[in-house]
Design a protein around this ligand. Structure first.
Ligand SMILES: N[C@@H](CCC(=O)N[C@@H](CS)C(=O)NCC(=O)O)C(=O)O
Length: 296
């Protein structure tokens, strides 16, 4: 089925922003550190008429049209996995069209693009879909290696470490977080909470290892920052959702600072979900899930 029209969206225009002047060459440090003054943005409203959907062209340094490439991202505002992909494109300065999906009623575009897994995010590059957020990140790195900064370090050992911590985030942070949030029994939820806190402490340790550094990538945002970024708002909402404080300034000060520093970056700010909205949404989803479990 077609993608949904958001109630407030105008009738089918392409709504986007582009920099009003050609952008300067992107240096790694200029693009990834907390940027003081965003480039002036210009509203672009154009045709052709699109399928009913919210399409956003994000502000970014490099027009993919100039590269002869077309990038589309299918996501939802709350998906930690979609946020990774959008943040990576933003940090590399790549323009893309964004499609907000309704997972209760998946679009044909999503089902056709990801027929086996049927999940978000999907990156569609010149009509060719790539699925799974970590796979997409690797694809962006390889395909656009000459555009903008690289998120993976140059050194093979450092690259391996970045990938290791990305896998760690999947297995030891996100999976236990879901167990804590969705667990049916007290035991399951407590186990999830304990494992999630362990991962949070390990990440604090990673940030404090050696010289103090603002990002997991060092002085600049890197692969691990982008992978973890999608969990920032979810970690901030965990106290309200699960009565577990994951971001405690006394226990994990570096991680707390990192979440705030990352969320202020130009490439991230607009992507960060509102925590209150996220909590309300997650409570509603959990209530529905629990009701379904009880009826079955
Ligand atoms: N391992 C996947 C996870 C993706 C995922 O779980 N996406 C969720 C949204 S956050 C989804 O599309 N769920 C739809 C469904 O399960 O039917 C990735 O990294 O991309």
């Amino acid at each position: 089925m077609a993608l949904p029209v958001l109630a407030s969206a105008p009738l089918n225009p392409v709504i986007g922003f582009r920099k009003s002047a050609p952008s300067a060459p992107v240096t790694r440090s200029a693009h990834l550190r907390s940027l003081p003054t965003p480039a002036p943005l210009q509203l672009v409203v154009g045709s052709p008429p699109l399928p009913p959907a919210l399409r956003l062209v994000t502000a970014a340094g490099t027009s993919t049209a100039q590269l002869g490439d077309e990038l589309k991202v299918l996501g939802t505002w709350r998906s930690p996995f979609a946020l990774r992909v959008r943040a990576a494109l933003n940090f590399k300065g790549l323009q893309y069209e964004y499609f907000e999906e309704n997972l209760e009623n998946k679009s044909d575009l999503l089902l056709e693009s990801n027929p086996f897994i049927k999940k978000l995010p999907v990156l569609i590059h010149n009509g060719v879909p790539i699925c799974e957020s970590l796979v997409i990140l690797e694809y962006i790195e390889e395909k656009f290696s000459d555009v903008g900064p690289s998120l993976l370090p140059a050194d093979p050992y450092e690259r391996a470490m970045a990938r290791l911590w990305a896998t760690y985030s999947e297995d030891k942070l996100i999976a236990p977080w879901l167990k804590m949030f969705r667990g049916i029994t007290d035991k399951e939820r407590a186990e999830g909470a304990r494992e999630t806190l362990e991962a949070v402490n390990a990440l604090e340790g990673l940030l404090s290892r050696g010289q103090p550094k603002p990002f997991f990538g060092g002085d600049d945002v890197g692969y691990v920052d982008v992978v973890l970024a999608g969990m920032i708002a979810w970690m901030q909402g965990t106290k309200a959702l699960c009565d577990v404080e994951l971001l405690d300034a006394a226990k994990t000060p570096l991680l707390v600072e990192w979440t705030e520093r990352f969320a202020r970056l130009d490439g991230a700010r607009a992507l960060m979900p509102d925590v209150g909205r996220l909590v309300e949404f997650a409570k509603m989803k959990r209530a529905k899930m629990m009701a379904a479990t009880q009826t079955n």
